[in-house]
Design a protein around this ligand. Structure first.
Ligand SMILES: *Cc1c(COP(=O)(O)O)cnc(C)c1O
Length: 359
């Protein structure tokens, strides 16, 4: 038995073949087509705030930063994230300033962020790691908070997925729980910001075709919106099944000495893009050895997230020592979750950890 790191779900072709074929026949395959508009309206009503679709989470991320005018300034972000986070800050012309995470939540540590605020800080960009939502501190009213929620579509705090911060982006990539193959979205109640984002997504063009600001091509294709609309029909069921899969996996792994399973913070319900576990010294084997042994047994795992500030692309700059980030990035293994993981698959993962520990 092989367990891939992700097992994406997509609607059957027959469900959207006629609409897709019509788009191919009429030639209206992109450029703010009817399906993208319909998908945006559906997302707006689910998320409770205006939503724009993009060709990828990365395109939405760069657009959110460009629209927020961070060019030439600093943006504070975690290092314990996917490299897309600091890359987007760089591409928007700003400098990423890495802050540490809180080991209890794996999210940005607000106290460490506050220590790093300067007159050069244009924004703070928290991440929702694995789908665990960053809880924006109530007193951050003066801070421009732009959230990289790429992995957390469907995650809630106290039952709510109300928008947090000034703007948020989601990824609908095939590795994420809710997918349009490639795709993303930006959500914000700030209408000026959203209008700028809409123009940036289309080469900086205003509706009258004047090029008013710098932009690029971030448009979602019609076929992706069609898939997204069909994904929404099964989403509630799949979201709940996925959360249940993640908790069954957690219970099966509890009690193995030296293996710490990340719990959800109180009141949080993450969708768990992956389920992170940490190999502590009591396990008696190194994280790298455990990850390799799991791979050898056919269990797809990732050493993820890493510490971005230690990656070759970033380590030429001098960054501060980030205690929690560096420790956890050296211990973490991301396990697959799936919408519906079988009991036999959970047993295979738990047995593998026990064997590796005793072997
Ligand atoms: C997946 C991910 C992205 C990138 O999204 P794409 O849709 O693949 O471009 C950005 N940031 C984080 C934290 C992610 O997990």
């Amino acid at each position: 038995m092989m367990l891939p790191i992700v097992r994406p779900h997509f609607p059957k072709l027959g469900l959207f073949a006629a609409d897709f074929n019509r788009a191919l026949q009429t030639g209206q395959v992109t450029n703010d087509g009817t399906h993208v508009q319909e998908f945006e309206r559906a997302l707006t009503s689910i998320l409770g705030a205006p939503t724009l679709c993009f060709s990828s989470g990365m395109a939405a991320l760069v657009t959110m930063l460009m629209a927020s005018d961070v060019d030439g300034f600093d943006v504070i972000c975690p290092s314990f994230t996917f490299a897309a986070t600091p890359h987007a800050i760089k591409l928007a012309g700003a400098t990423p300033v890495f802050a540490d995470i809180d080991p209890a939540t794996l999210c940005l540590d607000p106290v460490d962020v506050e220590r790093r605020l300067t007159t050069r800080t244009a924004a703070v960009m928290p991440v929702d790691p694995y789908g665990i939502c960053f809880d924006v501190p109530k007193d951050w009213t003066d801070i421009d908070v732009l959230i990289d929620s790429a992995p957390s579509f469907g995650s809630t705090i106290n039952g709510s997925h109300a928008p947090r911060g000034h703007a948020q982006i989601y990824s609908f990539h095939a590795t994420k729980p809710f997918s349009t193959m490639e795709g993303g979205a930006m959500v914000s109640t700030n209408s000026v910001l959203m209008e700028r984002a809409r123009q940036i997504r289309n080469f900086g063009q205003h509706d009258n075709h004047e090029t008013r600001i710098i932009g690029f091509n971030g448009k979602m294709m019609e076929v992706c919106a069609l898939i997204g609309l069909h994904q929404l029909e099964t989403w509630e069921y799949r979201r709940n099944a996925r959360i249940e899969s993640a908790s069954r996996l957690r219970y099966a792994l509890e009690g193995i000495e030296g293996l710490r399973v990340q719990h959800n913070p109180l009141g949080h319900e993450p969708v768990w893009t992956y389920r992170p576990v940490f190999i502590e010294p009591e396990f008696g084997k190194s994280r790298d050895a455990v990850a390799a042994a799991l791979q050898e047994r056919g269990i797809g795992v990732r050493k993820y997230y890493g510490a971005c500030h230690l990656e070759p692309a970033y380590k030429h700059s001098t960054y501060p020592f980030l205690r929690a980030t560096e420790l956890l990035a050296s211990q973490v293994i991301s396990l697959p979750v799936y919408d519906e993981i079988l009991d036999s698959e959970i047993k295979m993962i738990a047995d593998a950890f026990k064997d590796i520990r005793n072997g």
